[in-house]
Write a protein that binds this ligand. Sequence first.
Ligand SMILES: [Zn+2]
Length: 603
Amino acid sequence: MKIAAAAPLAPALARPAEGAAAYPGDSSPRVYLEPFDYNGVRLLEGRLRDQFIATRDYYFAIPDDDLLKGFRARAGMPAPGNDLIGWYAGNPARPRDIWARGDTFHTFGQFLSGMARLAKAGNDSALRNKAATLMTEWGKTIEPDGYFYFSRHPWTPHHIYEKTVCGLVDMYTYGGQKNAASLLETITGWAVKNLDRTRKTPSPAARNASGTEWYTLPENLYRAYQATGNSLYKSFGDLWRYDSYWGVFSGDVTPTPAGLHAYSHVNTFSSAAMTYAMTGAPQYLRTIVNAYDFFQRTQCYATGGFGPDENLVAADGSLGRSIEATSASFETPCGTWAVFKLGRYLLQYTGEARYGDWIEKLVYNGIGAALPMGERGKTFYYSDYRLGGSEKLYLPYAAWPCCSGTYPQAVADYHNLIYFRNSSGLFINLFVPSQVTWNCDGSEIVVEQETNYPESGTISLTINSAASVPFDLSIRVPGWSSGAKVEVNGESYEISTRPGSWATIRREWKSGDRVAIQIPMRLGFSRVDEQHPNRAAVTYGPVVMVRDDRPTLTPAESNLQEWMPSPSGGLEFHRAREKESTIVPFYRVGYGTPYNMYFDLEE
Ligand SMILES: [Zn+2]
């Protein structure tokens, strides 16, 4: 048996050399890991695959005419079908509802993006054709000057344009629709001439300044430039960099973003990441590295969710107090999508395993714990972590909110987050029943991952290849774990399994080789913040658990080692002789079922 050293991945941060210019100009940053970009990864039977299929079927079933009706009506064309209501279209006749003043967060661009990604991931030509038809028919409604909105009343024009850019880039990249490029050029012609360039700095006192979210524009404009080579997108993207906010995280000062709009102030880090991809300037990498740590330290609940009432909070106990007050604990689909992207960029540009941890939490407690999309655009928007009892509900006052756009994007992205690769081999970031096929130095290799994780900490990998191939197989050791163990072909394999690192097996692999990974799972507490040391959620590995009765734990109950797993299997715990008090994963809770997530431990 060979013993490999711990993965010698390159240093985390590309720091500028002594005396180097702070802004070295455009150069390519080093890429440590590459995602599979929706190629070669297949989900196998399990919860995530079920969610993927349900999501695909839901969006596939929305009638094209309904999705196009407003655009066609605005363009003076025959417009059959029924209006999708709510945030998709808005209703200018109801001025008292600000979300209905005009078309606000209409999600057409995100639907194109989600469908393109779902179709690519699932090799689904029917869905791809639907998305292509939608794009083509919508393209006919674009006016000669490039005006492309749903109505004459776009309330958040930057925001809608940004989502539409994303949709068209994804149709071009994942949907195989080369005519998406000309549509993108046309609407960008309008945006260059007409989008307001004031770039009002968001502040807690003037929340509406962030309403158009101009500071999320660079990411997809730079992706458009990378996809098409058209420098129009690069120069337009440069205009919207958010250096006043990003810069706070790249320096030594403590950021104080309390009160800023939460989702968009995480989503904007993807624009910082793409600015790093475009320029190689190290301060943008420092921004996303430091932002990740800052958010872990000060903004996140046990679930990985953040942003009570959609606000960032001060690190003064506000997070712990928030669960006494609001049911709007976490904007779940949008927030998950923002974290998935940020985590992926960090894995790409640092190669560090620890950036898989936030992604993993939201796979189980964020989008993976969301209710499925409901009839007529009903959407699970806020997760509710309130002390004293909560329920999972749909957003009560509007259909088709922003989160109905990020929902399919985030679910499709499971395929893009499980595996990564580089020239030395394969990296396993998430433990999900799945199969990956990739080309390693000319040899096609298939790795099948079997697991019941997180209900069990056992993961089994089988390698299939025509010939023996040397490569490194690296497994993310979760930061919360301890004592993970690896076996190769049934024999213990001595290897570093330091939490938050890659455990790397370096050998020549032959077909039929098997790897078994054991990650010990145990119940624990995750306290909400430093100011509330006795206010905590119960966790099992990366999973947040909930209970259906009281939001307090007595001293006897607080010894979690006395909670026994249910003999029926699955993640269900109850104290010996107290079967009526059961702890189950948050992801298992359905619509309208009461639960308690946070507990005050009685002295
Ligand atoms: Zn949302």
